[in-house]
Design a protein around this ligand. Structure first.
Ligand SMILES: Cc1cc2nc3c(=O)[nH]c(=O)nc-3n(C[C@H](O)[C@H](O)[C@H](O)COP(=O)(O)O)c2cc1C
Length: 226
């Protein structure tokens, strides 16, 4: 009887412990964050173009908050390969001039397009901030380059989601010239580093864009169960 009592007691204790762990897991998984808001945040992240920004200024402190979230992207080997060059105020004119001149320098005369050129020159001035985001290649090159690029892309997604949460418009632009040696020189990067984009930030002057279409999951996903 005593022995049986001991086993009942022990299994009760184990059961209580399991219940406690389940409860903790339940609370941590379901209650640490508001999942319904997170789902909405992820799905309502939209590209908002500089032409759709208002004149309202985004302050440096706000940009710092966004970039501090970008810093929390995953990174293999903790290399943190993202680098940010932030163009604000008069710095935007410097970027605009560089983009215009470089577009003309790198595009064969017969392919030069006045509309494209005007856009390149105008866009930095329509935004509160333009961030040139690049990947700093590790000296040892131990981590494969594709993983370092992936980490920077994750940082950009963090940045864009944070913009969305603050009601700020964001636009990840990749004009061809960002992959040129001229761009690396402008940013003071080494040959092995890569600029991955110009990220434009501003307050939207438009209503927040409608959710875009995404294909149903079955088009993009294969399940393997046996
Ligand atoms: C790596 C990358 C590069 C992009 N480059 C450009 C670009 O050069 N010009 C542009 O208009 N949009 C660019 N975009 C933004 C996409 O056009 C945009 O994400 C797409 O239209 C889906 O819209 P959404 O961001 O509102 O979901 C880029 C997006 C990614 C991920």
């Amino acid at each position: 009887m005593k022995v049986l009592g001991f086993f009942v007691y022990r299994s009760c204790k184990e059961h209580q412990l399991k219940c406690k762990i389940t409860l903790i897991l339940y609370k941590t998984q379901l209650m640490r964050f508001n999942l319904s808001e997170i789902n909405d945040l992820i799905r309502s992240r939209r590209t908002i173009y500089p032409e759709q920004f208002s004149d309202r200024k985004v302050h440096k402190e706000q940009i710092e908050l966004l970039l501090n979230n970008a810093q929390w992207a995953p990174t293999h080997g903790n290399t943190q390969p993202w680098r940010f060059h932030v163009y604000m105020e008069d710095g935007r004119q410097k970027l605009s001039t560089f983009l215009g001149e470089t577009y003309l320098k790198l595009t064969p005369a017969e392919q030069q397009d006045d509309v494209k050129l005007a856009k390149m020159l105008r866009r930095p001035l329509l935004a509160s901030a333009v961030i040139a985001i690049s990947m700093k290649r590790q000296e040892t090159e131990k981590i494969p380059e594709i993983e370092e690029i992936a980490a920077v892309a994750c940082a950009i997604q963090n940045l864009h989601l944070s913009c969305t949460a603050y009601g700020l418009g964001g636009f990840w632009a990749t004009p061809k010239l960002i992959y040129s040696a001229t761009m690396n020189e402008f940013l003071g990067l080494e040959a092995k580093d890569k600029c991955l984009g110009l990220f434009y930030i501003g307050y939207p002057a438009i209503d927040w864009p409608e959710n875009q279409h995404r294909r149903p999951l079955e088009y993009n996903c294969t399940w393997i169960n046996d």
